[in-house]
Design a protein around this ligand. Structure first.
Ligand code: NCD
Length: 393
């Protein structure tokens, strides 16, 4: 199935081979990342950002301009008819007549799916609340592949606010499916959501180890055996030395419902010079950015600090994705690869079931009928993916 015309709502919208194909095309298009091609000449990309963004919006727009296409951009949706109460469904049905593809970021979980359901042009999810951020995952995986040389078999620690960080959710899926080893480090209360862990277990048979702090992780010497890699003797066998990448996320202040809870956790982890001293010389420190105070500025000059390079990879990766969904480039595919994108179970109406997620798009877009999917662990909201509350009858 070609990528042309495809919506990108979740990292599950790609097969493994397609992810590799996007990377191969990104390698090829990287030569234009400081120049200009005519690959998307005559096409227009619309960027609709209902939430702040620096990297995602500007790198999509840069990518489209480097591809020779045009961009129409709403960096501030309060300057549009959204301020008059226009819905997501109506907004995208207008914008699709002005553009050939739509990139959307919105604070509600499931919002990108709504946009895709109503628009006839490809819709790309640039972050739907605390749910998913699949294009960030593409560039995160691309960073690991470019800088480490492979993804399969690597060890990656996800550190920080794993509850609210959409980048961590999508990346956990991407790493698990490409056969990396994922470990979760999150302060109490900010652990990876149950739905994400269930999906990892069910889809990939992966149950990441979880730790409340880096200190707790470094105390678990059994990880050294699991990683079964020769540890450099001069590192004193610090557990941290098994990792190929530490992926840090900020505490997602805007997703907290209780200011007191935010205050409790806001300074609960940070990466500084001490931890770098105990890491291998080739371990990457990654971060989707922006950082607040979880990455010390003192480590920026260290070659292991990969976060600015990671942000730069956003341009070739988004060039490849945009050219592919607009049908201007085929992604190179391994002819032996047969794995198709995951087929979503059909959405069903379920009497007595409700999505209890206050951040779900169904709470505010009044025209949406609640819809659910029946998964291995019960009903889930078809929009935000959260486990549904079922009234037992
Ligand atoms: C991330 C996001 O928006 O989810 N930023 C990004 O897209 N690079 C991470 C964050 O805001 O913390």
């Amino acid at each position: 199935m070609p990528l042309s015309g495809r919506d990108v709502i979740s990292i599950f919208d790609f097969s493994d081979a397609e992810i590799e194909g996007v990377f191969a095309l990104a390698d090829e298009l990287a030569k234009f990342a400081r120049g200009r091609a005519e690959i998307c000449a005559g096409k227009i990309l619309a960027t609709l950002f209902y939430e702040p963004s620096t990297r995602t919006r500007l790198s999509f727009e840069s990518a489209m301009l480097r591809l020779g296409g045009g961009v129409i951009s709403c960096a501030e949706m309060t300057g549009t008819s959204v301020a008059k109460g226009e819905t997501i469904a109506d907004t995208v049905r207008i914008v699709e007549s002005y553009a050939d593809a739509i990139v959307i970021r919105h604070p509600l979980e499931g919002s990108a799916k709504v946009a895709a359901d109503y628009a006839h042009v490809p819709v790309i999810n640039a972050g739907d609340g605390g749910h998913e951020h699949p294009t960030q995952t593409l560039l995160d995986l691309y960073t690991i592949r470019r800088e480490i040389g492979r993804i399969a078999g690597t060890w990656v620690a996800l550190l920080g606010d794993l509850k609210h960080a959409r980048t961590a959710h999508s990346l956990a899926y991407g790493l698990a499916r490409l056969k990396a080893n994922v470990v979760c480090v999150a302060p109490e209360g900010l652990e990876m959501p149950r739905e994400v862990l269930e999906t990892l277990a069910h889809e990939y048979g992966v149950t990441p180890r979880q730790y409340p702090s880096l200190e707790a992780l470094r105390g678990d010497v059994s990880l050294l055996e699991s990683a079964s890699r020769p540890t450099q003797a001069n590192l004193d066998f610090d557990v941290i030395s098994i990792f190929d990448a530490i992926y840090v996320t900020r505490v997602q202040r805007e997703r907290f419902t209780s200011p007191g809870e935010f205050e409790r956790v806001r300074h609960s982890y940070a990466i500084g010079a001490e931890i770098l001293r105990n890491m291998r010389s080739d371990t990457l420190i990654m971060h989707p950015l922006p950082r607040v105070d979880e990455l010390d500025y003192g480590i920026d000059a260290d070659p292991r600090a990969a976060y600015f390079r990671q942000a730069a990879y956003g341009v070739p990766v988004r060039m490849a994705l945009t050219a592919a969904v607009l049908g201007r480039r085929e992604i190179p595919l391994d002819p032996h690869a047969t794995v198709e994108p995951r087929i979503q179970p059909p959405a069903v109406r379920a009497a007595g079931a409700t999505c209890g997620n206050p951040r779900c798009v169904t709470t505010s877009e009044h025209y949406l009928e609640p819809a659910f999917q029946r998964g291995p662990s019960g009903l889930r909201c078809a929009y935000c993916g959260r486990a549904a509350e079922e009234v037992k009858r």
